[in-house]
Design a protein around this ligand. Structure first.
Ligand code: NAD
Length: 486
């Protein structure tokens, strides 16, 4: 049983209120930890420590030294790889096959990538003509924004948290992180690595707890916070935006999605099937970029449905440490109820269940876990709830289309705009269609292939702003222009 405390000013501390909550392994339903819940005093202490660190060694540290420390931090995660892996898998139930390729290595890489980006970004300079003929020189400087509140979700806990903490620290900010209440382990573990590699006290702070009227809301309403970066549901983004409005605090949002895949008849069918199996079912469908709507050109529709069905029925559900496991459970019983309610709605709305649609038979030790079957539907109308609303489970609806124009229209007919996957071997079509998709990220013949230097974020209700590469600097720094009259 782990006891998870806050990490404030370089030390692990409990809550003054003594409030605790349980941490459950979603694969077994067993309690695996107790977590301290932060109240206003802990949030205040964390923000104060973060403010003080800006004035101390961290604020004065040369960029090269800061970047070196972030490289050491990444190496420190890698040195304790197995501990991070186990913590992440116990917290989420996800298979180690996934986490050892994505969550932990990418969680570490985020520190190196942004340390290197920040070292290599120029700022701009303009000469201005003036009436006296002497001119003026403008140049800009980037300064850290200050104390950044990082609020992260449970689906890729370490990866999505360091995706924000990496650039924040690389730019010279300090952070207060509020991880999801479902997945506190790796964010806490990272505190130990911070101390091991010598990151100054107060640079990285963690407070645990829930959203409304708990650690999350206290943090977003704290007057000492200079920017809020958030990944999570669109509805939560709206609540945080309201909290941020009081003090005009800057925000960066990565929100929900209802992502389409478009499969053209000229695709490489093997690639399209393999890619869609991943995009619909990886991480038990709990990936913001995941595919929940699949549009398939009519001549290959039947073949696609039957091959995706066969692939889905081959997925092995099981324990995180079984190397054969393809899919773990959902994050919680609460989320399972939500996903199962959509499974019911699909039937009520007249859909055909191609495969799945219920709960699987698991072994006795996993019987209390949050398991659901990977599920495919066909035959739902375009306005069905399962076609319009983000479910965030291992499920997708497949619908045929006849023309390229129709496919684009269907893909774009959503209030979200995060990601789209296009499957075609026709290069002209790939460019033509990709350009017309209303989303922040379009993949052609791949999915979740991420170059961390590229912009990442959502259009429409899927987010505000872009992070990744130099784009992260837009949020994590204040750009200041200096104008010198010559
Ligand atoms: P969530 O919005 O329920 O919670 C995210 C975080 O916000 C948690 O730490 C939670 O405690 C906190 N929170 C909740 N209410 C709050 C409030 N009022 N004030 C401050 N903090 C609050 O999201 P989730 O269920 O953890 O994650 C799943 C969602 O995240 C899905 O909608 C998914 O699409 C989205 N997501 C988006 C991306 C992306 O990059 N666009 C990536 C991953 C997940």
């Amino acid at each position: 049983m782990r006891e998870v405390k806050h990490f404030i000013n370089g030390e692990f501390v409990g809550s003054a209120s003594g409030k605790l909550f349980d941490n459950i392994n979603p694969a077994t339903g067993q309690k695996i930890g107790i977590v301290h819940e932060a109240g206003a005093p802990e949030v205040d202490a964390a923000v104060t420590a973060a403010q003080a660190a800006l004035q101390g060694d961290w604020g004065k540290m040369p960029l090269a030294e800061r970047a070196d420390l972030l490289h050491k931090l990444a190496d420190g995660i890698t040195a304790r790889f197995d501990e991070f892996l186990e913590a992440e898998c116990l917290d989420t139930g996800k298979p180690q096959k996934l986490a050892c390729h994505i969550d932990i290595p990418r969680g570490a890489a985020n520190f190196k990538v942004f340390a290197d980006v920040v070292k290599n970004v120029p700022t701009e300079s303009f000469m201005l003509d003036t009436p006296d003929g002497a001119g003026a020189l403008n140049y800009s400087l980037r300064k850290p924004k200050g104390v950044i509140a990082v609020i992260s979700p449970w689906n890729l806990p370490l990866l999505l948290m360091t995706w924000k903490v990496g650039p924040a620290l690389a730019c010279g900010n300090t952070v207060v992180v509020k991880p999801s209440e479902e997945t506190p382990f790796t964010t806490a573990l990272l505190g130990e690595v911070m101390n091991e590699v010598g990151i100054p006290k107060g640079v990285y702070n963690v407070i645990h707890g829930f959203g409304p009227n708990s650690a999350g809301e206290f943090l977003t309403r704290h007057k000492g916070v200079d920017g809020i970066t958030f990944t999570g549901e669109t509805g939560t983004g709206s609540a945080i935006m309201k909290a941020a409005a009081d003090d005009i605090t800057d925000i960066s949002f990565e929100l929900g999605g209802k992502n389409p895949a478009i499969v053209f008849a000229d695709c490489d069918m093997d690639k399209a099937i393999e890619g869609t199996l991943r995009s619909a079912f990886a991480n038990c469908g709990q990936v913001c970029l995941g595919t929940e709507r699949v549009y398939v050109e009519r001549p290959v529709y039947d073949a696609f449905v039957s091959r995706l069905k066969a692939g889905t029925e081959n997925l092995k559900l099981g324990k995180w440490d079984d190397p054969e496991t393809d899919m773990g459970p959902l994050i919680s019983q609460e989320h399972r109820e939500k996903v199962l309610s959509y499974y019911q709605k699909a039937v009520d709305e007249g859909g055909t269940v191609v495969t799945g649609g219920g709960t699987p038979e698991m072994s006795a030790d996993l019987a209390q876990g949050a398991w659901v079957e990977p599920t495919i539907w066909t035959g739902l109308s375009d306005d069905a709830a399962c076609v319009r609303e983000e479910i965030f489970g291992p499920c997708c609806h497949i619908r045929p289309f006849d023309t390229e124009e129709e496919a684009i229209e269907l893909a774009n007919s959503t209030e979200y705009g995060l990601a789209t996957a296009i499957w075609t071997e026709n290069v002209s079509r790939a460019h033509r269609v990709a350009g017309r998709i209303d989303a922040g990220i379009v993949w052609v013949n791949s999915w979740f292939l991420r170059d961390l230097r590229t912009p990442f974020g959502g259009a429409k209700q899927s987010g505000i702003g872009r992070e990744g590469g130099v784009h992260s600097l837009e949020f994590y720094t204040e750009l200041k222009n200096i104008c010198i009259k010559l």
